[in-house]
Design a protein around this ligand. Structure first.
Ligand code: AMP
Ligand code: MG
Length: 443
């Protein structure tokens, strides 16, 4: 059995699960609690989702609809009128009484023309038995008519039109209110605004809509070897790339990233910057959570009386991932300590931080985008951990084929840039053969 079994009734009651705790006793200052088993991937993910479900979203604000794209609706969008507001022709052709064209060819008298958007007086025609009206796509179908014959199936000569095909009642017409009745909820609160929702807002005359404010997400990279990207690294230094990959991931899901300066592997510097980061809605830390002598993040967080929900999960990359929160008065700020290897950082953000960010944004946490593909070549893997290995998917939706990208491990940023998904390796299988179906995780 695993170590996490939370059952959270509400935000306030979210507590460290009974038998889960600090896993690595080796960290200086982490106390002596030792728990033998890390949560499985599924248990760690479930714990995060349960925590996320206890969070309240940020405050709503009114934004112009295009600025709201990517954020989450804080109101229901309702129809301000019937849709369509009149019986709408879906074709260019002739509005007819279907009974008149039950036998074809049928010669009808053309009594007028109705253009889309023409003044309503122009369309105040009544189509009587033996009559038709020329009509355009998007125009209101006149009184008396119950169907539209496509222009391709009719020939006009002078005042007459000869219809060559029958139409059923209702054909090529969308009845008034058939798409939505006035007052109906078209889009529910909690829906992320995409181009479709923007179109709905436009269609109901709402240039501004209420959305939840972008959650502020502090991003703190740690490591003595890191230099900021506008500086020239010396031979023993590397540039900080994680702050930027995380900021991009945060932005992509509607968060507002706040990049803190890189923290040295030194308790006071870390404490100062962690405190700053905890003033936001969510704190993402990268690096400093492994077993090294200078991996001090947990030690410093412990000195803030942080509640730790898990430290480590049975995954690779990202095994040392830490999840917890710091309470201060009424406020509590969740944090993730993401391992510093660039691929670990990206993967653990997607696996664990994303659901928390979804909830803070007012959305239901989205399920992970798993899919199935056929393996292109054999590989073997050690059992014990759920692995997320950079892979290349090709062949489109019809025959998706996937194979591992050659990589040097979770520090190999270049490999992940050649990949477009991850192969999900279950913890209990060693050999994988070309031709077998395998689960992949889309980015
Ligand atoms: P750590 O998790 O601190 O032990 O770091 C693991 C590895 O990731 C080391 O090789 C670090 O140099 C590298 N690393 C840590 N943080 C970053 C960062 N912000 N950008 C790029 N690489 C990093
Ligand atoms: Mg480090």
């Amino acid at each position: 059995m695993t170590t996490v079994a939370p059952a959270f009734a509400g935000r306030r009651s979210f507590a460290l699960p009974q038998n889960s705790s600090r896993i690595r006793s080796g960290n200086p200052g982490m106390g002596s609690t030792v728990v033998t088993k890390l949560p499985s991937f599924a248990d760690a993910r479930r714990l995060v989702e349960e925590y996320a479900s206890t969070l309240s979203p940020t405050q709503p604000e009114m934004l112009p609809m295009l600025d709201a794209a990517g954020l989450v609706l804080a109101e229901d969008l309702r129809a301000d009128r019937d849709f369509p507001p009149f019986p709408r022709s879906t074709r260019d052709g002739f509005a007819v009484r279907s009974a008149d064209v039950a036998v074809v060819p049928s010669r009808l008298r053309c009594v007028g023309e109705i253009r889309a958007g023409a003044p309503i007086e122009d369309s105040a025609i009544t189509v009587r038995a033996g009559e038709a009206a020329e009509i355009m796509t998007g125009a209101p179908v006149p009184e008396g008519a119950d169907a539209v014959v496509m222009v391709e199936h009719a020939e006009r000569s002078g005042d007459a039109v000869v219809v060559q095909r029958t139409v059923a009642a209702g054909e090529n017409v969308v009845a008034m209110g058939a798409e939505a009745r006035r007052g109906a909820t078209l889009v529910a609160r909690g829906t992320r605004v995409n181009h479709t929702i923007v179109a709905i807002a436009a269609a109901i005359g709402r240039p501004e809509i209420a959305v939840y404010r972008r959650p502020r997400v502090a991003v703190l990279a740690t490591g003595d070897e890191l230099v900021d990207i506008n500086l020239q690294p010396s031979a023993n230094e590397i540039r900080n790339s994680n702050s930027y990959s995380l900021a991009a991931q945060v932005q992509a899901v509607g968060g507002d990233p706040m990049l803190l300066p890189v923290a040295r592997d030194e308790p006071d510097d870390l404490a100062l910057l962690l405190r700053k980061g905890l003033e936001t809605d969510l704190l993402l830390i990268t690096g400093g959570v492994s077993m090294g002598k200078y991996d001090l993040v947990e030690q410093v967080l412990a000195s803030f009386q942080a509640g730790i929900f898990f430290t480590g999960a049975q995954i690779q990359p990202g095994r040392p991932v830490v999840f917890g929160e710091v309470k201060s008065g009424e406020r509590s700020t969740p944090f993730f300590g993401l391992p510093g290897n660039p691929v670990s950082t990206m993967v653990t953000f997607q696996l664990f931080a994303r659901p928390v960010l979804d909830s803070l944004s007012g959305a239901k946490p989205q399920p992970l985008p798993f899919a199935q593909a056929t393996l292109k070549s054999d590989f073997t893997s050690r059992t014990g951990l759920t692995r997320f290995l950079p892979a290349k998917l090709e062949g489109g939706n019809v025959k998706p084929l996937v194979e591992l990208v050659h990589w040097q491990g979770s520090g190999d940023l270049m490999a992940v840039s050649r990949a477009n998904c991850y192969i999900v390796v279950p913890p209990d299988q060693e050999r994988f053969s070309a031709g077998e179906a395998i689960t992949i995780l889309m980015p």
